[in-house]
Ligand binder design. Structure first.
Ligand code: XMP
Length: 320
């Protein structure tokens, strides 16, 4: 029977058999999937895992530090690269969603390649590249059905020729909830194990229009207020994903005696089982009222908050 314990045992054995005495490289994104994979590989092959966390500067408040602490805490051999300057530089003036993804994917591979070259010089040849690809990623990127390839998920496919690694994707048959159970078994802190999915391109695809340091800072504050409030009100685990979007819209408002003309943010929270379809979360009105007033009262760059009531399909979960 397929209990999480059983899945863990089988997976550990399969990884050991396939990897043998070779080395494995893993890119940690900060999300549940790659973090859990880091723990699984650490358990299966220990020191022969090289885990690299490229911080692209598009993560949420406190996220990079949290992931670093959790993984190092259980002994994962983790290398952290702060590449924020480089990613933000490459994204300057870029507003098109797919263009953002392409740039982020390309920069990621370049930074990653650089680190890998250094690592190989240090530890010797690395044969495998592990990825936390899940079953829904495989389906959505396969091109096999109508909804496929709407967005290029850069964690599946698209790797250049010079990345000559054999792919290791132990989670290819798993759904998110199964990965979370593994995460808990492997000792990832509950806070991280239960964390909502977060896209590889990060806040870049939630910052509509060109991404700037200033706009990212505003988005980070709004996101943090929204997500912290969900936790505070016990609503976090009931939602599959919750996010804030900084729109390019400005609208007129009033603050004291003065007219304001600033940013509109959208909040989106959805329920889903696998992210392939989703419904907007019926969050209590009182909760939304609290969040809205916290946002406009503490983030001066925002004077209007809207709540997204679109299901997927026809909407996607992310706005870009
Ligand atoms: P959408 O917006 O297509 O998202 O309904 C479905 C799920 O995928 C995540 N997502 C991404 N993940 N790279 C990723 O790694 C991407 O480019 C990307 N785009 C969307 C999204 O957050 C949701 O969980």
């Amino acid at each position: 029977d397929w209990t999480p314990e059983h899945i863990l045992e089988v997976m550990t054995r399969e990884v050991r058999e396939r990897v043998g005495d070779e080395r494995v490289l893993l890119a940690i994104s900060g999300g549940v999937d790659s973090s859990t994979l880091g723990l699984l590989l650490n358990r299966a092959i220990g020191e022969r895992l090289t885990a690299v966390f490229v911080d692209h500067g598009l993560l949420r408040a406190g996220e990079a530090e949290e992931v670093e602490r959790a993984l190092r805490g259980v002994g994962v051999n983790l290398t952290v690269v702060d590449a924020a300057e480089r990613f933000l530089g490459a994204l300057t003036g870029v507003a098109d969603p797919e263009e953002k993804r392409k740039i982020i994917g390309r920069e990621f591979i370049e930074v990653f390649n650089g680190v890998v070259r250094d690592k190989q010089a240090e530890v010797g040849h690395i044969r495998f590249l592990a990825q936390g690809t899940l079953y829904p990623d495989v389906i959505e990127s396969s091109g096999g059905h109508g909804a496929a390839n709407i967005k290029s998920h850069h964690n599946v496919g698209g790797l250049p020729e010079d990345l000559r690694f054999e792919l290791l994707e132990p989670f290819r048959t798993l759904f998110k909830d199964e990965v979370r159970e593994l995460a808990t078994l492997l000792g990832l802190p509950p806070h991280l194990a239960q964390r909502h999915p977060f896209p590889g391109p990060g806040l870049a695809i939630r910052c509509l229009g060109p991404v700037t340091r200033e706009r990212l800072a505003v988005l980070r504050r709004v996101d943090d207020i929204f997500v912290s409030a969900l936790r505070e009100f016990g609503l976090y685990d009931e939602t599959w994903q919750a996010l804030a979007v900084l729109t390019p819209l400005r609208s007129v408002g009033v603050m004291g005696d003065a007219r304001t003309y600033t940013n509109t943010v959208a909040l989106r929270a959805v329920t889903s089982v696998d992210g392939m379809t989703a419904d907007w979360a019926r969050l209590p009105h009182d909760f939304l009222a609290t969040v809205s007033s916290r946002i406009v009262n503490s983030v001066p760059e925002v004077n209007r908050v809207v709540y997204d009531i679109t299901s997927k399909p026809p909407g996607t979960i992310e706005w870009e």
